[in-house]
Write a protein that binds this ligand. Structure first.
Ligand code: FPP
Length: 281
């Protein structure tokens, strides 16, 4: 949800008005997601870095905005069968914000349509740190219960048993599938610490549109662009079959034909002259 500040700046408005307009966009996008039965929608609403690096006044405005967004929209969430969830170090947010978040989550818990997950006080690296801490804590607890050392457990197979799914199960998103599509607004060509583990194979769609100008139609545009892509997950993709491989020209023949283009021609060595700077005494 990037570009609120720029949206306001372009109109000579204060930054907080950009955030306010951004909160309006959230509801358009959520309701469109619900209309098309999108099962999961995750919005990066407030990062750990936002919390640490933005002026206190802006952080406190964002907290108030979040609270009033939740209070003002729970009914619409229920009308649209949307379930609320959160990821991030939410326990570090102000208590009254946590209370409202809890209330909104409980009030929408029975909905079965889109799950709207707000990433709040979220950072992907700290999520991975939390996962590793939790794995180590589990290991220590198990060693304690069995009356042995962590070393004993590692030697008895715990090390080999640790794999990608162990990490995935410890992330805040353990209950969710990895995202298919990441949409980045305001033209930024970076990930900014968002779901780093989970987006290993996600498609990325960057739009120059600023978040407050992004609405349901633009969500549909992004999804349409995604649907035109071919995903390979490190493989060859559906349109490339064994038959294609078999029908390829023999690799050796191709290599012989193109070797002149592949192997750099031996450059004529420039005459070696002594460097006047390096040799000057
Ligand atoms: C990034 O824009 C946006 C944020 C840091 C906050 C987003 C929060 C909201 C829209 C409102 C609260 C959340 C909900 C779910 C109602 P930016 O300020 O970095 O914009 P800029 O890059 O143009 O300065």
């Amino acid at each position: 949800m990037d570009g609120n500040g720029r949206w306001a700046g372009k109109r000579s408005l204060r930054r907080f008005l950009g955030h306010q307009q951004g909160a309006e966009s959230v509801q358009y996008v959520v309701e469109t997601a619900s209309r098309i039965n999108l099962p999961w929608l995750t919005l990066y609403a407030f990062s750990l870095e936002n919390n640490l690096r933005r002026p206190k006044s802006e952080v406190s405005f964002l907290m108030k905005l979040l609270k009033s967004y939740l209070v003002g929209n729970v009914k619409r969430m229920n009308d649209n069968n949307v379930r609320m969830a959160y990821i991030g170090r939410t326990h570090d947010l102000p208590q009254e914000v946590q209370d409202t978040m809890q209330w909104a989550m409980e009030s929408t818990a029975r909905n079965t349509g889109t799950t709207l997950t707000l990433a709040l006080n979220y950072g992907a690296r700290s999520e991975i740190v939390d996962a590793v801490r939790s794995i180590l804590t589990d290991l220590t607890t198990e060693a304690h219960t069995r009356g042995c050392s962590v070393d004993d457990l590692l030697g008895a197979g715990a090390l080999e048993a640790l794999d990608e799914s162990t990490i995935s199960r410890k992330l805040y998103t353990a209950h969710m599938p990895d995202p298919d599509l990441v949409i980045r607004t305001s033209g930024e060509q970076r990930i900014s610490n968002f779901l780093l583990w989970q987006i290993a194979y996600s498609e990325i769609y960057v739009t120059d549109r600023l978040w407050p100008d992004f609405n349901g139609l633009h969500l549909l545009e992004a999804i349409a662009a995604y649907q035109r892509r071919e995903r390979r997950f490190g493989g060859l993709g559906e349109t490339f079959t064994d038959e294609d491989l078999n029908n390829l020209e023999p690799a050796e023949q191709v290599a012989a034909e193109i070797k002149d283009h592949l192997i750099p021609k031996q450059e004529a060595k420039p005459e070696t002259k002594s460097d006047p700077v390096l040799t000057r005494r």
